[in-house]
Ligand binder design. Sequence first.
Ligand SMILES: [Zn+2]
Length: 278
Amino acid sequence: MAISGTVDAHVHLMPPRLMAAIRDSLARDAGWTFDHPVEREAMENALRSAGVERYFALPYAHEAGMAADLNEWVLREAAASEMAVPFATVHGDDDVEAVVRNAFEAGARGLKFQCPVQECGPADPRLEPAFDLAAEYDRPILFHAGTAPMFEESPHVGADQFAQFIESHPDVRACAAHMGTYEAAEFLEFARRHDQVFLDTTMALSPRSADVLGFDPSSISDETLTSLSRSVMFGSDFPNVPYPYEEERRGLLDRDLPESTYRDIFRRTAERFLGERD
Ligand SMILES: [Zn+2]
């Protein structure tokens, strides 16, 4: 089926030098290599030709002292773009309240935490001011909250950490990236029980997932995706995805799900996460 107006809920937009450093570390630690462009306009051309209308532009800060400038950079890029939905980030050792408030005031639509890399996660008390501001400004948070692909030893990820967030911030819309892999069953249960919990499909539901991520997409049934379609949104990790963009959607399209499920996953759930619809 033709999908017009796809929203890709998981794209990384960062200055090319930072992107190069991230790619180096992913190549070193995960053995991944990437053919996709990192410059915004080239990225957007590729996304547009894949039928993407908007994308979440996600930064993350691997050390203290860089988030404020990074957020400003993303917001500036997004201001020149018709496709980018700018997110902001903050590091646990930053002046969290100031960085996040400034970003929200300047138009950031949500927050992104790459928890294991940033070494601060959904239960980290240093991020409390950020979580409170997300509630105050009604902005969602996207966490790399799962243990994939190589973070099973990290104390900053996992279903238990995320559960603490749900408990303490029941009103904040929160997404666990990558379907919460490797604890997808637990994260799916959170989504079943809490309307404000979301999951993105990024790298978890592709025919390449078993290979690249060590996760079997068929462990999540069609029925689960259909019944949770209000909580599941398509994401790709573009441009840091180690295979062709189309592969990311193929796993979903090959399932032959109901059309309304596809409309949710490819667009409406992302709009709900952003607070644009109920
Ligand atoms: Zn990502």
